[in-house]
Design a protein around this ligand. Structure first.
Ligand code: ZN
Length: 387
């Protein structure tokens, strides 16, 4: 992108700002009203890159990607008995409220399996989708963590034995471990006390949105209203409440709605709040002047700035990087210093300075605190070699 007028809406943030305020000041999101956020260009690119990594992990397990409609027949929810359970948490629409706006897909996925004439011997059937959802959240809070609309990756395994339900619960737990490793974000699986095979996935966070109970001895975590005296796993009395934020869950539900072909089904569910995940990654990747995204998911890989005398060289470098990696050429009529402040706020891994400090044909490339001088014709090669 050529940045010749202000299109990124950045401003310096304070150390004391909450992470979602920092994301807003860095030009990633804009709050529209309580619980509703617009995703701006940098956020959308981040979202796309992170979703693609999550899809890669899902592919390792042969989960099929589907896209179910935004509107679901309300009768599916009446038949499953969950319309009353979710109550006002669901948005409904239509002339006679005959539709539920997609908040979760257990009913819809079983209905789809039924319409596809999937029979018991074809199970397990495992499908996922990643899309925007709506939930009538009455107390939106914590930025992207509790909102009325959000991006969810939800995966459903329809199985017909308790053994397979356990198997998919374990697979889904592995998926969260892979996500944790991929984004270098410690994720923990809190056991729901009193609910078999139900887990909340959480991370340490200053947001103070959830308060899991953690065993200092075996590091197991638990979710429950009552404080535990002892850890149910190892028996240690060294248990404490910590502060964190939840990004997803795993649960098993016994047959929700009757189908033509499948009996005794269980649905194992895994939900990953992608917009929540991004905010938690951001919390781990923020520093005093901006973000320090890993190269593989950074929204923009390179940021070019130039002194007025060397614009044509900068344009050449931009042309060499365009189409190979997301690149910003900052051509605004302002100082290199001011431009680099924005490059930091946006979190571009590589900053290419075509300035006065280097003689013709040479440029500076900055990555973190390291500066390298190279020939301008080698910029693409250098980034590809180092990433
Ligand atoms: Zn323990």
């Amino acid at each position: 992108m050529i940045f010749d007028k202000d299109i990124f809406f950045t401003k310096k943030f304070l150390d004391s700002d909450a992470i979602y305020v920092k994301l807003e000041k860095a030009g990633y999101i804009k709050q529209i009203s309580s619980g509703l956020y617009a995703y701006l260009d940098p956020f959308n690119k981040l979202l796309k890159n992170i979703c693609s990594q999550v899809c890669n992990i899902f592919s390792e397990y042969n989960f099929c990607q589907v896209n179910l409609p935004l509107l679901q027949d309300i009768n599916l929810w009446k038949n499953s008995g969950r319309l009353d359970i979710y109550g006002s948490g669901l948005f409904t629409t239509g002339e006679n409220n005959e539709f539920v706006i997609n908040a979760t897909n257990e009913e819809a996925i079983v209905n789809l399996a039924d319409l596809l004439n999937i029979e018991s011997h074809q199970l397990p059937f495992c499908a996922y989708q990643i899309s925007e959802r709506a939930r009538n959240e009455i107390r939106p809070a914590y930025g992207l963590v509790r909102t009325k609309t959000f991006v969810l990756a939800d995966c459903y395994a329809i199985v017909n034995s308790k053994t397979d339900a356990q198997k998919y619960t374990d697979i889904f737990k592995q998926v969260f471990q892979k996500i944790s490793k991929k984004f270098n974000l410690p994720l923990h699986q809190a056991i729901h006390l009193g609910h078999e095979n139900t887990f909340s996935v959480w991370s340490e966070s200053q947001l103070n949105q959830s308060h899991p109970i953690v065993c200092k001895n075996c590091h197991s975590s638990f979710r429950g209203k009552e404080m535990l005296e002892r850890c149910p796993i190892c028996g240690s009395s060294e248990v404490e409440r910590v502060i964190g934020a939840e990004i997803g869950d795993i649960a098993t539900i016994k047959q929700l709605i009757k189908t033509k072909n499948i009996n005794n089904t269980y649905i194992v569910f895994m939900g990953i709040g992608i917009s929540r995940l991004i905010q938690l990654i951001a919390e781990n990747k923020v520093h005093a002047n901006g973000f320090d995204w890993d190269y593989f998911y950074a929204p923009y890989k390179a940021y070019i700035v130039a002194s007025p005398a060397r614009k044509s060289e900068a344009q050449k470098i931009y042309a060499s990087l365009s189409g190979k990696m997301e690149t910003i050429y900052d051509d605004r009529p302002t100082s290199i210093g001011a431009k680099l402040i924005d490059a930091d706020l946006l979190g571009c891994p590589y900053k290419i300075i075509v300035g006065k400090n280097t003689s013709d044909d040479f440029v500076e490339i900055k990555r973190n605190n390291k500066t390298t001088k190279i020939n301008s014709s080698l910029v693409l090669q250098y980034i590809q070699d180092n990433q």
